[in-house]
Design a protein around this ligand. Structure first.
Ligand SMILES: NC(=O)c1ccc[n+]([C@@H]2O[C@H](COP(=O)([O-])OP(=O)(O)OC[C@H]3O[C@@H](n4cnc5c(N)ncnc54)[C@H](O)[C@@H]3O)[C@@H](O)[C@H]2O)c1
Length: 262
């Protein structure tokens, strides 16, 4: 775990950020939480269940998180309980990060044609609809405006071999972000899909031949390097500042430029 170096004039000082999706220190959500904290924000984080708690709690502590709550979006009432706690603790919210995705292993590892109806439904519910539900609960708390993020991937717009059902799922997530950006724009709330390049995380380990994807990314990236979770976190942090106040809805690629290549 990297030490947190305080900045003299942190650009997110006073901001309240809820970050959903930390499983461990390799999680993209952890990169976001850590960047926000280093830039002065106060944090709320969640963990999936009792099994995940011992891995997430020490990270929450290291980040001085004000809230560390259980959240499985498939469990009725847990999402509402998290936002109740946010309301009681802070009375408002400035930043929301949705960094979760799921598809049953057998559906993820087979082609789209072979994906079961149930697997497709669960993947869409956990990876997309949960963001819409979060946005609905978060928006009333963003009384001074705010920024919402959801993690997508290049497989949303281009065919990435082995990404399978997650391609259509991420395409739906990006479209959901655009429609939420449209509906929430009048309240000063901006919504961004973020599209990180491949990162070695637990979720990624469920994809077949993921190491090939990493090699290909580093070979094709104009910057010649893979991205890390801090890169994703600081890109989100920038979008959460007033410097990005007229930006909303579009997907930001944090991939070293891989997406521009033919
Ligand atoms: N790793 C990559 O290469 C990569 C690239 C682009 C986008 N993404 C996306 O980034 C996001 C975060 O993934 P990651 O790579 O950091 O992996 P990760 O395994 O660290 O994070 C995935 C998180 O999803 C959570 N989750 C799964 N089902 C859930 C449920 N029912 N309720 C609540 N939380 C649930 C897990 O607990 C975990 O914290 C995902 O949306 C993923 O698709 C990952």
């Amino acid at each position: 775990m990297k030490p947190l170096t305080p900045l003299a004039n942190p650009v997110l000082a006073g901001k309240k950020a809820l970050v959903v999706g930390i499983a461990n220190e390799y999680s993209i959500a952890y990169g976001c939480a850590s960047a926000f904290r280093r830039l002065g924000a106060e944090l709320g984080v969640t963990y999936l269940n009792a099994k995940a708690k011992p891995f997430v709690e020490p990270l929450a502590k290291a980040l001085d998180a004000s809230l560390c709550l259980p959240l499985n979006v498939e469990q009725a009432g847990e999402l509402e309980a998290v936002f109740d706690a946010v309301r009681q603790t802070w009375g408002r919210l400035d930043i929301l990060v949705h960094s979760i995705a799921f598809a049953p292993m057998e559906d993820l590892q087979g082609g789209l044609l072979d994906c079961s109806a149930e697997g497709f439904k669960r993947a869409m519910d956990v990876s997309v609809h949960s963001f819409v539900r979060m946005a609905k609960l978060a928006a009333p708390l963003m009384s001074d405006g705010g920024t919402m993020f959801a993690m997508s991937y290049h497989g949303a717009t281009k065919v990435v071999p082995n990404y399978n059902v997650m391609g259509p799922v991420k395409a739906a997530l990006e479209a959901a972000c655009r429609y939420l950006a449209y509906e929430l724009g009048p309240q000063g709330i901006r919504v961004h899909p973020i599209s990180p390049g491949p990162l070695k995380t637990r979720a990624a380990s469920g994809l077949k031949d993921f190491d090939l994807l990493l090699n290909e990314a580093v070979n094709r990236a104009p910057v010649g390097e893979l991205v890390d979770i801090d890169d994703v976190g600081f890109a989100c942090a920038y979008l959460a500042t007033p410097y990005a106040r007229r930006l909303t809805g579009q997907t930001l690629y944090v991939d070293g430029g891989v997406n521009i290549m033919a």
